[in-house]
Design a protein around this ligand. Structure first.
Ligand code: NAP
Ligand code: GLV
Length: 305
């Protein structure tokens, strides 16, 4: 069995871990003209990779989101496999809880007050005033919902098809989006980027949130219309945003998000790919495929995720 590795990261630890779990396999870093492999492990692979690697039985994405991979031309019957959690869920939960609590418990205010030696207490928080709405109740959205639940905030969730989660008011489909937004004050985006979800967070939808809304975007930058978000923040209709993902990454130096007083920027680190968890998951799936067994996480290309 031959495995081709193609990602913009130091390949050495990946090759070592793969080789350790699959000693019989030939694992190589891809280069133009490389021998044809049976399986591929990729992140941001060029089109040339797919043009040349015509014998693949499956391609494994080193992340949960496959929006970039689906831009590549490849055989229609080639299974694309996304990561299912693989250590990202707990990180997403940490990130959201941090941003949520930093906002609701006024930590930015205390940091500003401390600059002036100011001792001032804000009113006591009523969690009922901060319903958290999660867009996307998939592998990661569900874990975020569970973590936020621990702190006693009301939780709403929105998905494409109907879902049932204990303690979460579940909404689904375009028809129920309005009701979901109207009941949400802290909006957490965990949707995949598809033609249906691109630009979903715009002036119209963000204006339907409760007054003083807060956005936590950890999915993709192209879900958000930046100018609309900035204008709602500037007008005071929205209270702030924590943003991990952007239309252009790295976020250009001149982008207003960098300097906006109510925007927190992080460099696409909400859910990092964890080497050991990722390798174990991919190896288990390669072994299952070789035995002709079904695997989880095969992307539905028509659906886009
Ligand atoms: P997932 O398991 O595929 O879940 C996607 C969820 O979104 C599902 O609940 C799905 O509904 C819902 N959805 C999809 N299209 C929809 C639509 N048109 N309307 C309403 N709901 C829709 O994905 P995941 O593993 O949780 O990952 C979510 C995203 O997080 C990834 O696609 C990626 O972009 C992002 N991500 C970011 C980072 C980071 O570091 N910032 C790290 C990892 C992932 P159904 O339940 O009905 O299918
Ligand atoms: C990261 O953004 C991922 O999709 O895993």
């Amino acid at each position: 069995m031959r495995i081709s590795f193609c990602a913009q990261t130091d390949p050495a630890p990946w090759l070592a871990a793969l080789q350790q779990h699959l000693p019989q396999a030939q694992v190589d870093v891809w280069h133009s003209g490389a021998a044809r492999a049976d399986f591929a492990i990729v992140w941001a692979a060029p089109q040339q990779f797919f043009d040349e690697q015509t014998a693949l039985q499956a391609v494994f994405n080193m992340g949960a989101g496959v929006d970039a991979l689906l831009q590549r031309q490849m055989r229609a019957d080639l299974p694309i496999v996304r990561l299912n959690d693989a250590g990202m869920g707990v990180q997403m939960a940490e990130y959201v809880c941090h941003a949520l609590i930093r906002h609701t418990r006024d930590f930015a205010l205390f940091e500003a007050q401390a600059q002036h030696g100011l001792w001032q207490e804000p009113p006591v928080l009523d969690r009922a005033d901060f319903p958290v709405g999660i867009l996307g109740l998939g592998v990661l959205g569900e874990q975020v919902a569970r973590a936020v639940q621990h702190f006693g905030f009301p939780i709403l969730g929105w998905s494409r098809t109907a879902r049932q989660l204990d303690g979460v008011r579940c909404f689904h489909s375009q028809a129920q989006l309005e009701a979901f937004l109207a009941g949400t004050r802290v909006l957490v985006n965990l949707l995949p980027l598809t033609p249906q979800t691109e630009n979903l967070l715009n002036r119209d939808t963000l204006s339907q949130l409760e007054p003083g809304a807060y956005l936590i975007n950890i999915a993709r930058g192209r879900h958000v219309v930046d100018e609309d978000l900035l204008s709602l923040l500037d007008s005071g209709q929205m209270a702030g945003a924590t943003l991990d993902v952007f239309r252009t990454e790295p976020l250009p130096a001149e982008h207003p998000f960098w300097r906006h007083p109510r925007v927190t920027v992080t460099p696409h680190i909400a859910g990092r790919t964890v080497l050991q968890d990722t390798v174990q998951q991919i190896v288990a799936k390669i072994q299952a495929l070789q035995k002709g067994q079904p695997i989880e996480g095969v992307v539905d290309r028509a659906r886009g995720y």
